[in-house]
Write a new protein. Structure first.
Length: 403
């Protein structure tokens, strides 16, 4: 019997619900497997498969649900993130980060599909080798949530059959071979997408392979998972990423996790517990934030965030100036405004709480610090030094002394 349109619609909603179940338990694919083995759930939804409940939620929070918008950029939000939203996209700093808005369809001339030029530095799929001593290794291009300002928004998110969500076994082998063949690679940064959406087994295998490479001394994981979905920071996941680190026969490798968080409102009791669990497992924790207009471009808000993080054993690492990703003009502010905020933070926060304000030069030329310099060179070789209250002082030139 043919389905009526209403029935077809209900079936679509049900399919969307099934698709939204965890995709992350997919096993590591071998050469013959597709990324999702037959005994696993189907791949995650494209945004056009959102359930009516989810569409209603987005609308209730002032977001837009037009099909062009939802097809263009992936949408996903977790229950944990929903619990941190108390207002809507007009006034809530968390809602603004995740809920789709029609203004994202406005693409400005300066915006780029690949704002930081990953592609031009990618020798093999999944690897970005921009600086001599380190590589980005991207095993997955999906995330637990999708941030509307994401600098890789054109790349991340489910893309269907043509672009699997995780590297195939052959691609993973080629990426690892590249790292093995380049002894100058001292640090590997697992990023994505979010590498921690992979199953613990998959992660454990990746970590083992990296630990077996002698010249790799540092492994860093960039993730939003402890903020987006702290329930998934399980003992199994922690064990998968730390077991090799603690093995004396594999050599000591330093393990860092850089958490992506932009506002203290994103911290719930569950998030805090997940962060503390990572700390107790011996992992060094850093934070990365994006300076976002009408979300956290305020010295008070950032002071609150950084104090919370340091108290949770997380060292604020980078505050990123927003990249020129398509449709993200409404999140950007001027560099001058960012520098003024940094100046205010210098007066309020200890060095431990200070991140470095960074710009990724558009086009793939690397990062540069934007944190304002307190030094001004003087003609006599000395310096004018500005203190945190804006007062100037002189610093005498160095005098050569005979020994
Ligand atoms: S978690 Fe990271 S990679 Fe994923 S959407 Fe957000 S910013 Fe982009």
């Amino acid at each position: 019997m043919l389905k009526t349109p209403k029935l077809r619609f209900s079936a679509l909603i049900f399919k969307g619900f099934l698709f939204s179940l965890p995709y992350m338990y997919a096993p590591m694919p071998n050469n013959k497997q597709k990324p999702y083995a037959s005994n696993m759930l189907p791949p995650p939804p494209t945004s056009s498969h959102l359930s009516s409940l989810e569409l209603d939620y987005v609308k209730s929070k002032g977001g837009d649900t037009g099909s062009t918008l939802l097809k263009k950029y992936a949408y996903r939000i977790t229950q944990n993130i929903k619990r941190t939203i108390s207002g809507d996209v007009t006034n809530d700093p968390v809602a603004k980060q995740y809920l789709p808005q029609n203004c994202e369809l406005k693409i400005l001339p300066e915006e780029r599909l690949d704002p930081i030029g990953d592609e031009m530095h990618s020798p093999v799929k999944g690897i970005v080798h921009r600086y001599p001593d380190r590589v980005l290794f991207k095993p997955a291009n999906v995330c637990a949530v999708y941030c509307r300002y994401c600098f890789r928004r054109e790349q991340v998110g489910p893309k269907g059959e043509k672009a699997p969500d995780i590297l195939s076994a052959n691609e993973r082998t080629a990426a690892l071979d590249y790292i093995r063949a380049h002894p100058e690679i001292w640090e590997v940064i697992l990023t994505g997408g979010d590498p921690l959406v992979l199953s613990p087994r998959h992660l454990g295998e990746l970590m083992s392979a990296l630990h077996a490479i002698d010249h790799v001394k540092v492994i860093r994981i960039h993730t939003r998972l402890p903020i987006a979905d702290p329930a998934r920071v399980t003992p199994e996941l922690i064990s998968a990423i730390t077991t090799q680190t603690n093995r004396s026969d594999s050599g000591e490798k330093a393990l860092y996790i850089a958490l992506h968080i932009n506002h203290a409102q994103e911290l719930t009791a569950e998030n805090r517990a997940a962060i503390i669990a990572l700390h107790k497992a011996g992992i060094s924790l850093l934070s990365q934030s994006v300076l976002l207009k009408d979300i956290n471009n305020d010295a008070d808000i950032l002071t609150g965030l950084y104090r919370e993080l340091v108290a949770l054993h997380v060292k604020p690492y980078y505050l990123h100036h927003p990249d020129l990703a398509p449709g993200t003009g409404h999140f950007r502010l001027s560099i001058a405004e960012g520098q003024t905020i940094m100046q205010k933070l210098r007066g309020r926060l200890s060095g431990l709480c200070q991140p470095t304000y960074m710009l990724d030069i558009p086009g793939g030329f690397g990062k540069v610090p934007l944190t304002p310099c307190a030094l001004e060179p003087l003609a006599d070789g000395g310096y004018a030094v500005t203190d945190y209250q804006g007062h100037k002082h002189t610093y005498a030139p160095a005098v050569e002394r005979k020994s």
